[in-house]
Each structure stands twice: as structure tokens, then as C-alpha cells.
Write a protein that binds this ligand. Sequence first.
Ligand SMILES: Cc1ncc(COP(=O)(O)O)c(C=O)c1O
Length: 370
Amino acid sequence: MIRYWQYLHEYEPLRKEILAVVDRVFSSGNLILGSEVAAFEKNFAGLCGVACGVGVNSGTDALFLSLRALGVSSGDEVITVANTAVPTIAAIRATGALPVFVDVEPDTFLMNVSQVDAAVTEKTRCIIPVHLFGQPVDMDPLCEIANRNSLPVLEDCAQATGARYRGKAAGSIGDIGAFSFYPTKVLGAYGDAGMAVTSRPELHAHLRRLRFYGMEGAYYAEEEGYNSRLDEVQAAILNFLLPRVKEYGLLRQAVAADYSAALAGVGDLELPLVRPDRTHQFYAYTIKTAQRDGLRQYLQDHGIETRINYPVPVHLMRGYNFLGYKPGALPVTEMLAERILSLPLYPGLSEDSIACVVMTIKNFFAARKS
Ligand SMILES: Cc1ncc(COP(=O)(O)O)c(C=O)c1O
């Protein structure tokens, strides 16, 4: 069986060191918001080239609390995409605001920035570009639209730790960058974790209050807050793994390069497009084919696990019916949901496994040709 993702091969060689990190935290007498979180906030913000970071419980909370810090509340509108993971939208709804969707580009799967201007209304309070699969959205024209309309930009960087756009790190371009360290991510914790990064001191202070019941001192809320603390133990593990982010990105890119070299011209496959002004962290390697379901079944029958990110766009899910979107509202997003397939990819996926995935895909299309 070739798994879509797994972490045990990474854990095994690091096991002793990670357990020593865990023991250091458990023996320190401090489990919540101590020196480990502070160090990780500083180091991760440094990696992103921004002034500050606020560690929180998850990527969803990083988005939710960032929206709160930006003043988004009930009845406001937030422009984003439906071609994303549900949490992007869940975070918007947690503030009481409404998501307003623009479509995506058919080749990068990313926000079609040319549609954003037309989606702005007097209720719009924020724009959330999602750097899906690890490739940044076209941020310069997006920030130009945002500036012209005096709107903040919150980057959903959950899948894009370490990615760059025109030399700038994902998360450093908008007003706030929201990251997830869910275990499958480019930098993954051993449980849930997230962070919001920003270079604006007032947003930094606000985010710190919001994650801690709205308090600055003890037992006194300056405003309505929430509890979303990053655990010391997760921060310590993330700090330990942080120097490996570059290597993890390169390993993912190497797997993607191997797939792309071997799969060029096979069947009707369209391979992932990387725009020349950005780097792609390949959180997912996602191909497109009209024969997606047949190919997926064939790979499954040959012991190869794949994923569809995502089989149903958020605007067509039952849970979001109330938003009022109908099939056909976002044609590119809906077309992608029928055609995309993500292949196994994680740092350390063996050459044999990559060759086996490639050969099985070639066999599938060869059988259909003859
Ligand atoms: C695009 C996107 N946004 C937000 C999130 C939420 O992150 P988390 O699972 O850490 O809450 C995820 C991860 O699932 C994601 O892929």
C-alpha cells in the first residue's frame, strides 16, 4: 500500500530528540503560554519575515481571531474562494460575517483575482486569498484592489508555509497571515496548532488579547475574547522542527518534479502549473483528468491511496445551502471538483513508490487507448 500521507518515517529517526523535547517541557513546570510558545512565535515570524506571531490552537482559530482583530463581525462580507478547505469558511462564519465567493483559475486552482473588484460591496470588510496546495495567489494585483478599497487582506497560509511570491514569504504580504500546523501540513505539529503573523503592532496586541479571553492582565477582560492557546509542548516540537522547513519544502518539490517529468504527455492529464514568480510548497500534487473517478479506482485497486481536494466545493455543501449559491455559480471551481486528484506526497516518499504511482497511471491510460 502506498499511503497518501504518513509521518511515522519522519518520527522514527527523530524519536529520541522529540521525546527529549517533550520531557523537557513536561519537566519544566510550565505547560501553557511560556518560553516555548514565545520562542516559536519569534522564530516562526522570523521565517516569514514579519515582526510578530501569535500562537493559537489551530489554523481555523488563526483565521477566526485574525478576522476579529481586523474588526470583521456579524453582517459583514468577506471575499474569498469556495475552492478551499471548509475551515476557511467556518472561520468567517464564526464571526457572523458572510463569505462572498469569486471563482478560481483553471490552471493554478487559485483565486481569480480579476473577479475580486466586482465582488466588493459597501459591506465588504476583508479579503482572504487562499494559497491552496502551497502556491501563493497573485498578491500584487490583489493588494492593489484591497488598497484602493481600503480593505485588509488576510492570507490563508495553512497549506503554504515557506512558499514565496516575488521574493516575499507567504504570510508577509497581506495584513495578517494565518498558518496551520495540523500534522499533514508542510510544518506539522504532533496535534493541533496554528499561528497568526503580522507586522502591525496593534494587530499583534489585539490577537494576543483575543486568544486569552480578551484579557491583558489576570481575571479582567478588556473585550470579549476566546480561548485559543498554543500548548507549550506543541510549540517546543514545532521549534525543534522549524529548521527543517526548507528541507521539507525542497523534498516536496523534488517529488513533484519527479511526477511532472514522468507524467508529461500521459493520457489527458493536466499537471500542476507553477507560475514563474512564485515557489510552490506542494502541500498537494494535484492532477486534472476527465477520467478522474476511473483513475482513482484503478490506483486504489493497485494499492495506491489518493485524495480529492476537494470533492464538493464549499458553496454546494448542505451545511452552506443557506448562503444561496446554486450549481453553476462558480463554473471553474465546480469543474475542478469533478476532475482533480491528488497523488501521494510527503517528504521522504521513496523513489520506488513514485515510480510505482507513475507506472500505474501510465498503465491505466495505456489500457484505455488500446
Ligand atoms: C486552506 C486551509 N485553511 C484553513 C485550515 C485550517 O487549519 P486547521 O486544521 O489547523 O484548523 C486548513 C487545514 O485544514 C486549510 O487547508
